[in-house]
Design a protein around this ligand. Structure first.
Ligand code: OSB
Ligand code: MG
Length: 385
């Protein structure tokens, strides 16, 4: 079957790559389950292992496109079973009828009948197809969309340990070469945590950037109390300090600490929404897996860039295949200039490629993957067509 790809999945490719077509031949879908080194405690759930799907698409010339579909329990709407069902339906339609119904992203208001909910499945299938087009041209995904890419990207070192380990962990990460750290807060008493952040700042000195993430843990008063206690520690931003994000401008007015949206961006149904009224808004933490639609993700990147907001591309504990896609996007969107949130692979005991997605001196190489790079030995083949 053939797909014409000039305006692919609602995304414009770089001018030189428009009007390309695609002759798909086969699809395989694998399931993986990768244990975490330690149970991963997220806001609403604790996970022992990361589960997900790897989609391998092949065209008639033998090029391959890889995508990952890994719903994150507690964050994604879909279970793995639903994702598997939706993926096999979508891939069947593409292979058998040449019909690709991507998520219908539009930048204007849409009636309810026309609105589809973006899904982890859309992002995985869209990026598998885009990777195939890119691989056929020996390019990264990002280079095909934007016409340029860096070959490495800086990463924020992630601190998720308990308070007593923050300083040793910061010491370790700075020693490893990270120059931006992200610390998870909002877990125990806010004042004790604020003191811990001040200790990290004193320990690492003024040249390391500090980002915080509270995952909507606080009411306005607690958040402001925390904010006032850390403002002198020069915080780049704090992600989602408030249970109710509508109060964020009051948080900023009250303490002067810049904030970032993360969870809020997964729930926006009106793509025309303006962020101009949010003074103190410093960054969008963009998790394409959870936004679930490539076109909307790119639209959010553009909105951020237009409004001087940092687009921080971030992971949701994907395996190596998903991380490679995210690194390729980041290589073209923010390149060497902005630390991204891709320090999640070290939480897993194993992966889906022979060589894991590695970070050296705080930098992740931007790499493209082919079939030879895959290690699906521990995976189960669930679908083939
Ligand atoms: O709260 O930002 C979060 C990963 C999965 C789900 C939620 C979050 C995360 C991360 C990713 O922290 C890593 C990062 O942003 O640096
Ligand atoms: Mg966050």
């Amino acid at each position: 079957m053939g797909l014409n790809a000039s305006n692919f999945a609602g995304i414009r490719l770089a001018p030189q790559f428009q009007n390309i077509s695609l002759e798909l031949k086969a699809a395989r879908l694998y399931k993986f389950s990768l244990p975490f080194k330690q149970e991963l405690k997220l806001k609403h759930i604790t996970l022992k292992a990361r589960e997900g799907l790897i989609l391998v698409l092949t065209d008639t010339a033998g090029h391959v496109g890889l995508g990952e579909i890994s719903p994150l329990p507690g964050f994604s709407r879909e279970t793995l079973e639903t994702a598997l069902y939706k993926t096999s339906m979508l891939v069947d339609r593409i292979l058998n009828f040449g019909e690709f119904t991507s998520h219908q992203h539009t930048e204007g208001p849409v009636s309810w009948e026309k609105r589809t909910t973006p899904s982890v499945v859309h992002f995985g299938v869209e990026t598998a197809l885009l990777s195939l087009l890119a691989n056929a041209r020996n390019l990264s995904l990002g280079a095909m969309l934007y016409g340029h890419t860096s070959n490495k990207i800086p990463v924020n070192g992630l601190i998720r340990s308990s308070l007593s380990d923050w300083v040793p962990e910061a010491d370790y990460l700075v020693g490893e070469g990270y120059s931006t750290l992200k610390i998870k807060v909002g877990r125990i008493n806010a004042i004790l945590e604020a003191r811990g952040i001040q200790e990290i700042r004193q320990f690492v000195g003024p040249d390391i950037k500090l980002r915080l993430d509270a995952n909507r843990s606080w009411d306005l008063d607690t958040a402001m109390e925390f904010g006032k206690a850390v403002v002198s520690a020069d915080i780049e931003y704090i992600e989602e300090p408030l249970e109710n994000p509508a109060d964020l401008p009051r948080f900023y007015d009250g303490c002067g600490v810049n904030f970032a949206f993360d969870e809020t961006l997964h729930r926006i149904t009106d793509p025309t929404i303006s962020f101009a009224s949010y003074t103190g808004l410093k960054a969008f933490v963009l998790k394409p897996t959870l936004i679930g639609c490539t076109a909307r993700f790119i639209n959010l990147v553009n909105q951020a860039k237009d409004q001087n907001i940092l687009p921080v591309i971030s992971a949701s504990y994907e395996s190596d295949v998903g991380l490679a896609v995210l690194a390729q996007l980041a290589g073209s969107i923010t390149g060497e200039n902005l630390a991204v949130g891709l320090d999640t692979r070290s939480a897993l005991t194993a992966g889906t490629t022979r060589v894991p997605a590695s970070i050296q001196n705080g930098w992740m190489p931007v790499r493209t993957l082919s079939t030879q790079d895959l290690d699906l030995s521990a995976c189960e083949l669930l679908y083939e067509s």
